[in-house]
Ligand binder design. Structure first.
Ligand code: RM4
Ligand code: MN
Ligand code: MN
Length: 397
Protein backbone atom coordinates (compact mmCIF):
# COMPACT_ATOMS: atom_id res chain seq x y z
CA UNK A 1 0.00 0.00 0.00
CA UNK A 2 1.42 3.39 -0.94
CA UNK A 3 1.98 5.85 1.87
CA UNK A 4 -0.59 8.13 0.27
CA UNK A 5 -3.18 5.37 0.40
CA UNK A 6 -2.25 4.55 3.98
CA UNK A 7 -2.76 8.17 4.91
CA UNK A 8 -6.08 8.47 3.14
CA UNK A 9 -7.38 5.26 4.76
CA UNK A 10 -6.33 6.44 8.19
CA UNK A 11 -7.79 9.91 7.74
CA UNK A 12 -11.07 8.49 6.46
CA UNK A 13 -11.30 6.06 9.34
CA UNK A 14 -10.59 8.73 11.95
CA UNK A 15 -13.06 11.18 10.45
CA UNK A 16 -15.78 8.57 10.76
CA UNK A 17 -14.86 7.35 14.24
CA UNK A 18 -16.21 8.70 17.48
CA UNK A 19 -16.56 6.97 20.81
CA UNK A 20 -18.85 7.71 23.75
CA UNK A 21 -17.39 8.19 27.19
CA UNK A 22 -19.15 7.24 30.45
CA UNK A 23 -20.07 9.78 33.11
CA UNK A 24 -19.20 7.20 35.76
CA UNK A 25 -15.64 7.01 34.47
CA UNK A 26 -14.97 10.46 35.96
CA UNK A 27 -16.40 9.76 39.42
CA UNK A 28 -14.80 8.05 42.38
CA UNK A 29 -15.02 4.29 42.23
CA UNK A 30 -13.28 1.49 43.96
CA UNK A 31 -13.18 -2.21 44.46
CA UNK A 32 -15.46 -4.23 46.70
CA UNK A 33 -12.77 -3.87 49.33
CA UNK A 34 -12.43 -0.14 49.34
CA UNK A 35 -12.75 3.10 47.55
CA UNK A 36 -9.75 5.19 46.58
CA UNK A 37 -10.96 8.75 46.37
CA UNK A 38 -9.08 11.03 44.01
CA UNK A 39 -8.84 14.78 44.52
CA UNK A 40 -9.73 15.43 40.87
CA UNK A 41 -12.68 13.04 40.61
CA UNK A 42 -15.99 14.53 39.52
CA UNK A 43 -18.43 14.88 42.40
CA UNK A 44 -21.53 15.86 40.43
CA UNK A 45 -22.99 15.92 36.95
CA UNK A 46 -21.67 19.38 36.21
CA UNK A 47 -18.12 18.21 36.85
CA UNK A 48 -18.62 15.03 34.81
CA UNK A 49 -19.75 17.14 31.86
CA UNK A 50 -16.80 19.48 32.32
CA UNK A 51 -14.37 16.53 32.25
CA UNK A 52 -16.09 15.08 29.19
CA UNK A 53 -15.84 18.47 27.50
CA UNK A 54 -12.11 18.54 28.19
CA UNK A 55 -11.61 15.05 26.72
CA UNK A 56 -13.57 16.04 23.62
CA UNK A 57 -11.64 19.30 23.27
CA UNK A 58 -8.37 17.37 23.36
CA UNK A 59 -9.32 14.42 21.13
CA UNK A 60 -12.19 15.67 18.97
CA UNK A 61 -13.58 12.14 19.13
CA UNK A 62 -15.95 12.01 22.09
CA UNK A 63 -19.03 14.08 21.26
CA UNK A 64 -21.36 12.24 23.65
CA UNK A 65 -21.44 11.35 27.33
CA UNK A 66 -23.25 8.23 28.56
CA UNK A 67 -25.51 8.93 31.52
CA UNK A 68 -26.54 6.57 34.32
CA UNK A 69 -30.05 7.46 35.41
CA UNK A 70 -29.78 7.05 39.17
CA UNK A 71 -26.34 8.59 39.45
CA UNK A 72 -26.83 11.45 37.00
CA UNK A 73 -30.56 12.15 36.77
CA UNK A 74 -31.94 11.59 40.26
CA UNK A 75 -35.09 13.53 39.31
CA UNK A 76 -35.61 11.57 36.10
CA UNK A 77 -37.06 13.44 33.16
CA UNK A 78 -37.20 16.64 35.24
CA UNK A 79 -33.41 16.80 34.94
CA UNK A 80 -33.57 17.10 31.15
CA UNK A 81 -33.23 20.90 31.20
CA UNK A 82 -30.16 20.67 33.42
CA UNK A 83 -28.66 18.24 30.92
CA UNK A 84 -29.40 20.56 28.02
CA UNK A 85 -27.71 23.49 29.76
CA UNK A 86 -24.64 21.35 30.51
CA UNK A 87 -24.49 20.15 26.91
CA UNK A 88 -24.39 23.73 25.70
CA UNK A 89 -21.81 24.81 28.22
CA UNK A 90 -19.39 21.95 27.60
CA UNK A 91 -19.79 21.11 23.93
CA UNK A 92 -20.74 17.45 24.45
CA UNK A 93 -24.20 15.93 24.09
CA UNK A 94 -26.00 13.42 26.26
CA UNK A 95 -25.33 9.93 24.98
CA UNK A 96 -26.85 6.60 25.90
CA UNK A 97 -29.26 6.54 28.82
CA UNK A 98 -28.40 3.73 31.24
CA UNK A 99 -31.20 2.68 33.59
CA UNK A 100 -30.14 1.48 37.00
CA UNK A 101 -31.91 -1.63 38.21
CA UNK A 102 -29.20 -2.95 40.45
CA UNK A 103 -28.91 -0.68 43.46
CA UNK A 104 -32.28 -0.43 45.16
CA UNK A 105 -32.96 -2.80 48.03
CA UNK A 106 -36.09 -4.22 46.40
CA UNK A 107 -33.97 -5.51 43.51
CA UNK A 108 -32.14 -7.89 45.79
CA UNK A 109 -33.85 -10.87 44.12
CA UNK A 110 -34.05 -9.28 40.70
CA UNK A 111 -35.68 -6.37 38.94
CA UNK A 112 -37.66 -7.22 35.79
CA UNK A 113 -37.14 -10.91 36.63
CA UNK A 114 -38.15 -10.61 40.26
CA UNK A 115 -40.79 -13.16 41.35
CA UNK A 116 -42.78 -10.27 42.79
CA UNK A 117 -45.11 -8.68 40.24
CA UNK A 118 -44.96 -5.45 42.19
CA UNK A 119 -41.17 -5.22 41.95
CA UNK A 120 -41.26 -6.11 38.25
CA UNK A 121 -43.75 -3.32 37.69
CA UNK A 122 -41.54 -0.81 39.46
CA UNK A 123 -38.51 -1.95 37.46
CA UNK A 124 -40.40 -1.77 34.17
CA UNK A 125 -41.54 1.72 35.07
CA UNK A 126 -37.89 2.71 35.53
CA UNK A 127 -37.15 1.41 32.03
CA UNK A 128 -40.09 3.41 30.66
CA UNK A 129 -38.89 6.51 32.51
CA UNK A 130 -35.45 5.99 30.98
CA UNK A 131 -37.00 5.89 27.50
CA UNK A 132 -38.75 9.20 28.29
CA UNK A 133 -35.46 10.71 29.46
CA UNK A 134 -33.91 9.61 26.18
CA UNK A 135 -36.67 11.34 24.25
CA UNK A 136 -36.40 14.52 26.34
CA UNK A 137 -32.65 14.88 25.86
CA UNK A 138 -32.66 13.59 22.28
CA UNK A 139 -30.39 10.64 22.93
CA UNK A 140 -30.27 7.74 20.48
CA UNK A 141 -29.79 4.76 22.80
CA UNK A 142 -31.36 3.37 25.90
CA UNK A 143 -28.78 0.89 27.08
CA UNK A 144 -29.99 -1.90 29.34
CA UNK A 145 -27.81 -3.90 31.60
CA UNK A 146 -30.01 -6.18 33.67
CA UNK A 147 -28.09 -7.35 36.72
CA UNK A 148 -30.65 -10.02 37.61
CA UNK A 149 -29.73 -13.57 38.42
CA UNK A 150 -29.39 -16.01 41.28
CA UNK A 151 -26.59 -17.31 43.45
CA UNK A 152 -27.63 -20.91 44.12
CA UNK A 153 -29.04 -23.75 42.02
CA UNK A 154 -32.73 -24.41 42.49
CA UNK A 155 -33.46 -21.07 44.11
CA UNK A 156 -35.08 -19.46 41.04
CA UNK A 157 -36.91 -20.63 37.94
CA UNK A 158 -34.75 -19.66 34.98
CA UNK A 159 -37.61 -20.19 32.55
CA UNK A 160 -40.26 -18.20 34.37
CA UNK A 161 -37.81 -15.36 34.62
CA UNK A 162 -37.33 -15.44 30.83
CA UNK A 163 -41.05 -14.82 30.39
CA UNK A 164 -41.10 -11.93 32.85
CA UNK A 165 -38.10 -10.38 31.19
CA UNK A 166 -39.62 -10.66 27.73
CA UNK A 167 -42.78 -8.90 28.92
CA UNK A 168 -40.81 -6.01 30.42
CA UNK A 169 -38.59 -5.59 27.38
CA UNK A 170 -41.52 -5.70 24.96
CA UNK A 171 -43.32 -3.04 27.00
CA UNK A 172 -40.19 -0.88 26.98
CA UNK A 173 -39.71 -1.36 23.26
CA UNK A 174 -43.30 -0.30 22.58
CA UNK A 175 -42.55 3.07 24.19
CA UNK A 176 -39.51 3.86 21.99
CA UNK A 177 -39.61 6.78 19.58
CA UNK A 178 -38.70 5.91 15.97
CA UNK A 179 -35.11 7.16 16.33
CA UNK A 180 -34.39 5.35 19.59
CA UNK A 181 -32.51 2.08 19.88
CA UNK A 182 -32.75 -0.24 22.84
CA UNK A 183 -29.50 -2.04 23.58
CA UNK A 184 -29.46 -5.33 25.46
CA UNK A 185 -26.21 -6.07 27.27
CA UNK A 186 -25.21 -9.52 28.53
CA UNK A 187 -22.87 -10.68 31.25
CA UNK A 188 -22.30 -14.23 32.49
CA UNK A 189 -21.31 -13.41 36.08
CA UNK A 190 -21.49 -10.70 38.72
CA UNK A 191 -23.33 -9.58 40.74
CA UNK A 192 -25.07 -12.95 40.51
CA UNK A 193 -22.75 -15.94 40.61
CA UNK A 194 -24.82 -18.96 39.71
CA UNK A 195 -26.93 -17.71 36.83
CA UNK A 196 -27.45 -14.31 35.31
CA UNK A 197 -30.69 -13.80 33.42
CA UNK A 198 -28.91 -12.48 30.31
CA UNK A 199 -25.70 -14.45 30.34
CA UNK A 200 -24.53 -14.41 26.73
CA UNK A 201 -25.08 -13.00 23.25
CA UNK A 202 -27.55 -15.73 22.28
CA UNK A 203 -29.86 -14.82 25.14
CA UNK A 204 -29.43 -11.11 24.48
CA UNK A 205 -30.20 -11.67 20.79
CA UNK A 206 -33.36 -13.64 21.51
CA UNK A 207 -34.54 -11.02 23.98
CA UNK A 208 -33.79 -8.18 21.56
CA UNK A 209 -35.59 -9.95 18.74
CA UNK A 210 -38.63 -10.74 20.80
CA UNK A 211 -38.77 -7.13 22.05
CA UNK A 212 -38.86 -5.65 18.54
CA UNK A 213 -36.87 -4.31 15.59
CA UNK A 214 -35.34 -1.35 17.43
CA UNK A 215 -33.66 -3.61 19.98
CA UNK A 216 -30.08 -4.75 19.36
CA UNK A 217 -27.31 -6.48 21.27
CA UNK A 218 -24.57 -4.65 23.14
CA UNK A 219 -21.18 -6.34 23.47
CA UNK A 220 -19.20 -5.35 26.57
CA UNK A 221 -15.72 -6.74 25.96
CA UNK A 222 -15.27 -7.56 29.66
CA UNK A 223 -18.42 -9.67 29.85
CA UNK A 224 -17.15 -12.99 28.55
CA UNK A 225 -15.50 -16.09 29.85
CA UNK A 226 -11.78 -16.39 29.42
CA UNK A 227 -10.78 -17.28 25.89
CA UNK A 228 -14.12 -16.41 24.28
CA UNK A 229 -13.70 -15.47 20.64
CA UNK A 230 -15.37 -12.06 20.87
CA UNK A 231 -14.71 -11.08 17.27
CA UNK A 232 -16.60 -14.17 16.15
CA UNK A 233 -19.59 -13.05 18.21
CA UNK A 234 -19.26 -9.63 16.59
CA UNK A 235 -19.17 -11.22 13.12
CA UNK A 236 -22.34 -13.18 13.86
CA UNK A 237 -24.15 -10.16 15.21
CA UNK A 238 -23.19 -8.18 12.10
CA UNK A 239 -24.41 -11.04 9.92
CA UNK A 240 -27.72 -11.03 11.79
CA UNK A 241 -28.05 -7.23 11.70
CA UNK A 242 -28.21 -7.26 15.47
CA UNK A 243 -25.05 -5.47 16.58
CA UNK A 244 -26.15 -2.35 18.42
CA UNK A 245 -23.10 -1.21 20.31
CA UNK A 246 -19.99 -1.87 22.32
CA UNK A 247 -18.82 -1.20 25.81
CA UNK A 248 -15.08 -1.21 25.43
CA UNK A 249 -12.67 -1.97 28.22
CA UNK A 250 -9.95 -4.51 28.86
CA UNK A 251 -9.59 -7.27 31.38
CA UNK A 252 -7.21 -9.90 32.56
CA UNK A 253 -9.50 -11.95 34.79
CA UNK A 254 -13.12 -10.84 35.11
CA UNK A 255 -15.07 -7.65 34.41
CA UNK A 256 -12.01 -5.61 35.35
CA UNK A 257 -12.97 -2.45 33.42
CA UNK A 258 -9.33 -1.67 32.66
CA UNK A 259 -8.16 0.70 29.94
CA UNK A 260 -9.00 -0.52 26.44
CA UNK A 261 -6.05 -2.27 24.84
CA UNK A 262 -3.97 -2.27 28.02
CA UNK A 263 -3.88 -6.06 28.29
CA UNK A 264 -4.70 -7.28 24.79
CA UNK A 265 -4.75 -4.65 22.06
CA UNK A 266 -4.87 -7.36 19.39
CA UNK A 267 -8.31 -8.38 20.67
CA UNK A 268 -9.72 -4.92 20.04
CA UNK A 269 -7.97 -4.79 16.66
CA UNK A 270 -9.63 -8.08 15.68
CA UNK A 271 -13.03 -6.67 16.62
CA UNK A 272 -12.39 -3.53 14.59
CA UNK A 273 -11.22 -5.72 11.70
CA UNK A 274 -14.71 -7.27 11.59
CA UNK A 275 -16.23 -3.80 11.54
CA UNK A 276 -14.03 -2.69 8.64
CA UNK A 277 -14.79 -5.92 6.79
CA UNK A 278 -18.49 -5.17 7.20
CA UNK A 279 -18.02 -1.63 5.90
CA UNK A 280 -16.07 -2.96 2.93
CA UNK A 281 -18.75 -5.54 2.28
CA UNK A 282 -21.23 -2.77 1.54
CA UNK A 283 -24.85 -3.79 1.96
CA UNK A 284 -26.88 -2.45 4.81
CA UNK A 285 -24.32 -2.35 7.59
CA UNK A 286 -25.30 0.10 10.31
CA UNK A 287 -22.25 0.95 12.37
CA UNK A 288 -22.76 0.17 16.07
CA UNK A 289 -22.44 2.71 18.87
CA UNK A 290 -18.88 2.70 20.21
CA UNK A 291 -18.84 3.35 23.91
CA UNK A 292 -16.35 3.07 26.72
CA UNK A 293 -17.35 1.40 29.97
CA UNK A 294 -14.38 1.72 32.28
CA UNK A 295 -13.71 2.82 35.78
CA UNK A 296 -10.22 3.65 36.88
CA UNK A 297 -9.62 3.58 40.57
CA UNK A 298 -5.84 3.97 40.47
CA UNK A 299 -5.15 6.05 37.36
CA UNK A 300 -6.23 9.65 37.07
CA UNK A 301 -9.69 9.70 35.50
CA UNK A 302 -9.26 12.31 32.80
CA UNK A 303 -5.78 11.04 31.89
CA UNK A 304 -7.09 7.48 31.62
CA UNK A 305 -9.98 8.59 29.42
CA UNK A 306 -7.69 10.48 27.04
CA UNK A 307 -5.36 7.48 26.91
CA UNK A 308 -8.34 5.22 26.14
CA UNK A 309 -9.72 7.38 23.34
CA UNK A 310 -6.31 7.72 21.70
CA UNK A 311 -5.80 3.94 21.93
CA UNK A 312 -9.21 3.30 20.39
CA UNK A 313 -8.36 5.62 17.51
CA UNK A 314 -5.01 3.90 16.98
CA UNK A 315 -6.56 0.43 16.89
CA UNK A 316 -9.44 1.52 14.68
CA UNK A 317 -6.97 3.14 12.27
CA UNK A 318 -4.71 0.07 12.24
CA UNK A 319 -7.64 -2.18 11.38
CA UNK A 320 -8.59 0.19 8.55
CA UNK A 321 -5.24 -0.68 6.93
CA UNK A 322 -6.25 -4.25 6.19
CA UNK A 323 -6.69 -4.53 2.45
CA UNK A 324 -10.01 -6.38 2.56
CA UNK A 325 -10.07 -7.26 -1.15
CA UNK A 326 -6.58 -8.70 -1.05
CA UNK A 327 -7.35 -10.55 2.16
CA UNK A 328 -10.41 -12.14 0.57
CA UNK A 329 -8.28 -13.37 -2.34
CA UNK A 330 -5.74 -14.89 0.02
CA UNK A 331 -8.49 -16.50 2.08
CA UNK A 332 -10.12 -17.99 -1.01
CA UNK A 333 -6.88 -19.53 -2.16
CA UNK A 334 -6.08 -20.67 1.40
CA UNK A 335 -2.74 -18.86 1.45
CA UNK A 336 -2.77 -19.03 5.21
CA UNK A 337 0.55 -17.47 6.10
CA UNK A 338 0.12 -14.67 3.55
CA UNK A 339 -3.40 -13.92 4.82
CA UNK A 340 -2.26 -13.90 8.42
CA UNK A 341 0.74 -11.71 7.63
CA UNK A 342 -1.47 -9.21 5.83
CA UNK A 343 -3.78 -9.11 8.85
CA UNK A 344 -0.94 -8.90 11.38
CA UNK A 345 0.94 -6.42 9.22
CA UNK A 346 -1.85 -3.90 9.69
CA UNK A 347 -1.72 -4.45 13.44
CA UNK A 348 2.02 -3.89 13.61
CA UNK A 349 1.95 -0.70 11.51
CA UNK A 350 2.83 2.31 13.61
CA UNK A 351 -0.05 4.67 12.87
CA UNK A 352 0.86 7.23 15.52
CA UNK A 353 2.69 9.69 13.23
CA UNK A 354 -0.33 9.69 10.87
CA UNK A 355 -2.67 10.25 13.78
CA UNK A 356 -0.63 13.27 14.78
CA UNK A 357 -0.84 14.61 11.28
CA UNK A 358 -4.60 14.07 11.23
CA UNK A 359 -4.99 15.92 14.52
CA UNK A 360 -2.96 18.88 13.33
CA UNK A 361 -4.96 19.07 10.12
CA UNK A 362 -8.21 18.99 12.08
CA UNK A 363 -7.07 21.75 14.43
CA UNK A 364 -6.65 19.41 17.40
CA UNK A 365 -3.67 19.12 19.76
CA UNK A 366 -1.06 16.89 18.08
CA UNK A 367 -0.58 14.99 21.35
CA UNK A 368 -3.75 15.06 23.48
CA UNK A 369 -2.01 13.68 26.59
CA UNK A 370 0.78 16.25 26.42
CA UNK A 371 -1.82 18.96 25.88
CA UNK A 372 -3.74 17.74 28.92
CA UNK A 373 -0.59 17.93 31.02
CA UNK A 374 0.52 21.32 29.81
CA UNK A 375 -2.97 22.82 30.01
CA UNK A 376 -3.15 22.37 33.79
CA UNK A 377 -6.76 21.09 33.75
CA UNK A 378 -6.18 18.24 36.18
CA UNK A 379 -4.34 20.46 38.67
CA UNK A 380 -7.16 22.98 38.50
CA UNK A 381 -9.96 20.48 39.12
CA UNK A 382 -7.95 18.75 41.85
CA UNK A 383 -7.67 22.08 43.66
CA UNK A 384 -11.35 22.85 43.13
CA UNK A 385 -12.69 19.44 44.08
CA UNK A 386 -10.07 18.25 46.57
CA UNK A 387 -11.94 19.27 49.70
CA UNK A 388 -15.19 17.69 48.53
CA UNK A 389 -13.42 14.45 47.67
CA UNK A 390 -11.57 14.36 51.00
CA UNK A 391 -14.82 13.94 52.95
CA UNK A 392 -15.69 10.87 50.92
CA UNK A 393 -18.81 10.02 49.00
CA UNK A 394 -21.15 7.16 49.46
CA UNK A 395 -21.55 6.14 45.85
CA UNK A 396 -20.59 6.70 42.23
CA UNK A 397 -22.73 9.72 41.54
C1 RM4 B 1 -21.90 -3.35 34.55
C2 RM4 B 1 -22.20 -3.19 33.08
C3 RM4 B 1 -22.98 -1.95 32.76
C4 RM4 B 1 -22.53 -0.75 33.55
C5 RM4 B 1 -22.37 -1.09 35.01
C6 RM4 B 1 -21.86 0.11 35.80
O1 RM4 B 1 -20.94 -4.33 34.77
O2 RM4 B 1 -21.02 -3.22 32.33
O3 RM4 B 1 -22.88 -1.65 31.40
O4 RM4 B 1 -23.51 0.22 33.41
O5 RM4 B 1 -21.48 -2.16 35.14
MN1 MN C 1 -21.05 -2.44 30.30
MN1 MN D 1 -19.34 -4.41 33.15
Amino acid sequence: MSSLETKSRIFQALDAFSIEIPSWGFANTGTRFGKFAQAAAATNLEEKFADAGEVHRLTGATPTLALHVLWDLPNGVDDADTIKALEKKNGVRAGSINPNLFQDLEYKYGSICNPSAEVRKKATQHLLDSVEIGKAVGSAEVSLWIADGSNYPGTQSVRRRIGWMKDALAETHAALAPGQTMLVEYKPFEPAFYHTDIADWGMALELARSAGPQAKVLVDTGHHYQGTNIEQIVAWLIELNALGGFHFNDRKYADDDLTLGSIDPYQIFRIFAEIHAAHAGGGSFNPPAYMIDQSHNLKGKVEAMVQTVVTAQELYAKAALIDQAQLATLQDSCQLVEAEELFRGAFWTDVRPMLQEWRIQRGLPADPMAALRSGGYVERIAAERGAKNAVGQSSYA
